[in-house]
Design a protein around this ligand. Sequence first.
Ligand SMILES: [Mg+2]
Length: 276
Amino acid sequence: MKKNSIDGIVFDLDGTVYLGEKALPGATDGIAALRRHGIRVLFVSNKPLQPRQVYAAKLSRLGIPATADDVITSGFVLGQHLARTAPDLRLYVIGEPPLKGELRSHGLTVVEESDQDPKEVIDPSGIDAVVVAFDRTLDYRKLNTAYQALRQGARFFATNADKTCPMPGGAIPDAGATIAALEHITGRRLELLAGKPSPLTMQVALAGLGTAPEHSLMVGDRLETDIRMGRDAGMITALPLTGVTQGADLAHSDIQPDFVVAHIGELVHMILTPGT
Ligand SMILES: [Mg+2]
């Protein structure tokens, strides 16, 4: 890979840049070296659980200085997209407070039940769109409100569609479980997905980098999301073997990255060392 062919890089976070509270090999020094060479970098997470500043603070803590503007979450992508295309929708959000804050920060309207009165019911005619996200406080009232609104024709969006979220020692149900429940009981299909592998995420990322797709690299550890999405956007793709994908998975997949590396350190070496 020639460094003059890469102007910008989009990095997945979990399994690519860090795992838990540890930076993966080469991430800290490598990303610093890329920036010194004038290559723009951006970080993408599918999780709508935290504001972008929180991911930026974690990166900074791990030795990769970052601000909120360096990070894209599925909540940010949805907020930006809706602010541009449908700013007046009244949104009912199955999600946690930081996501509601993110959507409001884009000037969007979020309708909510009262925390004080657990019996309060929102009139479904006051809801124009249901937004489903990872929500660890999901309950019957939220499911019912979303169901009634969807039955009356509300639009059906999601930040992310991951079935489960990996946790130390296993996984917990994610937004995909709630989307499936609502699709099952309404007979409707999700209309709009903001997070990976939606092309919207790459559009927002490339706009943030300000680079052409053919001179941009998508780096991530999941074939089905990161690599597929980068490839579909016309970007160069690289898969580090530090996350969920192992060599055997790669051999059996019809999604093949342009480059497979042991870790980000190896990738940065390839990009910055002429002749490799
Ligand atoms: Mg990952």
